[in-house]
Each structure stands twice: as structure tokens, then as C-alpha cells.
Design a protein around this ligand. Structure first.
Ligand SMILES: [Zn+2]
Ligand SMILES: [Zn+2]
Length: 89
């Protein structure tokens, strides 16, 4: 079990998802308790190395921006390209 940590993109105020209340793969709206600016958090688990990566935006990301995300540990894209080898299990 690993703790999910992220920080407000405006002021750098740190947060921890200690109870793992944030669902993976869903965009969560936050309002910073320190600077009151809104931001968006997305947690992704890598299919390859199972590392959790937390992505943070000041403004709501486009679906294209989300589709371009890659694992911060191994660099594997989260959205599989159309030509992905099906034997890659
Ligand atoms: Zn803040
Ligand atoms: Zn990975």
C-alpha cells in the first residue's frame, strides 16, 4: 500500500490521500484549502509496473491531454495505442 501524495499547482500546498478515497482513473475536483484556487487531480495506475502516478492540473485537462499521459516510473502510456500488440499480457 502506498500513500498517494500531490500538491496544489498554485501554491504547492501538499495533500495526502491517506484513506485512498480518490478513485483511480477519475478526475477529481479540488479546492485548495491554503490558497482557495481550484485544481484537478487524476490518479492512474500503470498496467505494466503498477506504480500509481498522480497528475495535477490548474485547469480541467482535455481528454486529449489525459490520453497523452504516461507512467512516471516506466514511461508506459495509459491509453493503449490502436496498434498495440495483443499478445502483450
Ligand atoms: Zn493552493
Ligand atoms: Zn509504469
Amino acid at each position: 500500500m502506498c500513500m498517494t501524495e500531490f500538491a496544489c499547482p498554485t501554491c504547492g500546498h501538499g495533500y495526502q490521500d491517506e484513506l485512498e478515497v480518490l478513485d483511480e482513473g477519475e478526475l477529481h475536483d479540488f479546492k485548495c484549502e491554503n490558497c482557495s484556487n481550484p485544481f484537478h487531480v487524476l490518479i492512474k495506475e500503470c498496467l505494466k509496473c503498477t506504480a500509481d502516478t498522480v497528475f495535477v492540473w490548474r485547469e480541467k485537462p482535455t481528454s486529449e491531454a489525459v490520453s497523452l499521459l504516461v507512467c512516471s516510473s516506466c514511461g508506459t502510456p495509459y491509453s493503449e495505442p490502436d496498434d498495440l500488440d495483443e499478445s502483450d499480457l
